[in-house]
Design a protein around this ligand. Sequence first.
Ligand code: PEP
Ligand code: MG
Length: 757
Amino acid sequence: MPSSAAASAREILTRLHDVMAGRNPAQAKLDAVVGIIAEAMDSEVCSIYLLREGVLELFATRGLAKEAVHVTKLALGEGLVGTIAEGVEVLNLDEAASHPDFAYKPETGEERYHSFAGVPIIRRERAVGVLAVQHSEQRRYQDVEIEALQTVAMVLSELIANAGLIDTAGAAKDRVQSTAAVRLMGLKLVEGMGSGLAVFHQPRVIVEHTVAEDIDAERHRVYAAFDKMREQIERMTREAEFGVDGEHREVLETYKMFAYDEGWARRINEAIDSGLTAEAAIERVQQRTRQRMRQIDDPLLADRMHDLEDLSNRLLRIVSGQMGTAAQLGLRQDTILIARNLGPAELLEYDKRRLKGVILEEGSLTAHVTIVARAMGVPVLGRVRDVRRLIAEGDLLLLDSVAGNVFARPSAAMEEAFDAKLALRQKRRAAFAALRDVPPVTKDGHRVTLMVNAGLRDDAAALDVTGADGIGLFRTEFQFLVSATLPQRERQQRLYREVLDAAGERPVVFRTVDIGGDKALPYLQHADGDEENPAMGWRALRLALEREGLMKAQARALIEAAAGRTLNVMFPMVSEAWEFAEAKALFEAQRSWLAGRGRRLPLEIRYGAMLEVPALAEQLDLLLPEIDFLSVGTNDLTQFLFAADRANPKLAERYDWLSPSILRFLRRVIGPAREAGVTLAVCGEMGGRPLEAMTLIGLGIERLSITPAAIGPVKAMVRSLDRGAIGAFVDGLLARPPRDMRGALAAWAAENGVDLA
Ligand code: PEP
Ligand code: MG
């Protein structure tokens, strides 16, 4: 803002400050405000319109007919004022009547005035009103005057959000009146439907105080915040040096560029000079950038804008001291959470009862945050471009990840359609629930074992709800992820015992902790600093065999929890047969130690390995004689077979589980496992999809451990399937794989009446 604009804005702001601090009723305050602005800008007319029940109402004016106050009303998009509010844009016209949107309101007597300038009054990125000035002589207002008007509008937004004013005038509520509905598309990561109000994982700061008391103090606050933000970005870049993929690195580089951008810092300082607080100045500059960007249609630039938005929000949060995530602030109503991306531990911090869905700008199908959300029964839509720009906090959202979309600010008709679909879905779920007690047997009489994947205490309840055969994968690391400190042995033991109690006669396979990768624990830092590639790094069994204390504590917790029953233990990320042998020896040593102290022991300990590192497949002859069961983790297996990071959103849709490589790999394992008498299961996300499950059964897999919500659909599929027929078909396909395996399998399913839900 040029200094003369700063000066004129400052003069107005000083006077507004006194008005706002006064004890007059709201209407009187507004009347005073229009007077001050008209005088300071030497303007014949100054009017304030506020959005009330979706309509812009003239609330105060200097210059127009007083009788028009609370009488003149314009819909969003109607007339110049409606156009400004709808588009959140500025109009500056020397001849108002010649603008195509001009709407003449005779009661105002405005026909005498030719020039017109109006700016939106913005709160939470939406217009809640319009501030306009008019003049009888034909002239365009100067840029400095428009700047001053915008600064004043910012202060007005505080004034009208002020409780006293809203009560008296019944004007704009804190939640902005909804504007047009939008539909955003994304990738289904966790199937489901949910509705709630939009909450940002990193909440946007609402600027409460706009007029500075002490400009120097505000300037110092911004300097300090810039320093802190730059420090944070430097740290993030340093930490990312070793462990972050390309996309994140790009983002960080852009962050860095903006964080040191002198132009940005200067504009904020100028806004402070005009009399705004540090928070208001940051927001004011951001509003201006947003408005400029609206006029430029360039996707690349839009991406960069995102980054600047992020950074601007970060600066605001630092300056205002509001650093917590939405989880730490607590959810107050049914919520759809919005984030660029999330870690599994961050998601687990949310109140499950109020979290009705998650929308991510990034995200991938087998990232652990997706798996955790699936376990929590929370639908997730990923890869939704621009979500944080197109949706405002507090918007009502209807999330339907099945259809791959979300409606924001829906119309009544959209809500009705959503409710109808939800009801239908619930009916289908009820139909699946009715399958609870029928066994998963194929049409030709083969019994398939369907178990659930679990990790949270409440998950054991899924056994009774779904009628599953047991828990085929209990991810013990979830307890570690939700704890602020390393869970002590007693706490681990208590959880394992509760899960076993809930399972009763049904088997539970406890997988020892798989931490590292995208499941980093803050309290378990790597001794050698960060890893360049954590998914392939020091994780799971690799870490556990070296941190013996951790593994020993878990072994004792498991052995003691399973006293008097069968304990099934499974080791993750086994890459060579000796690793399994070492892990088993460690457990056996704990068993002997406990036996030596006369403790009650499990009746039997059965040991298994996960097959998720391809190298292990070359040592099956060494491994199979030593183990009781083997479980294929297709999530990791796929990432290692294809050398494609499972958490990288760019690769989210690139490789198909129904690729010949994966299917042929699995087939190579099935024969030797069967010959060795080792139970073989698939426990990756792949098995939870009916078409994939059908194909696995065709390959000869007889045991699946899947997400609880998939038990019903997969069981329905199994009961409509002829195993002999699918076996022959898959054999044929693998001998000469078509380009479109998925298409061929889906067509076969349709022809053969397989129920794919
Ligand atoms: C897998 O890798 O397929 C698996 C089941 O384990 P996780 O997803 O926990 O790595
Ligand atoms: Mg795995």
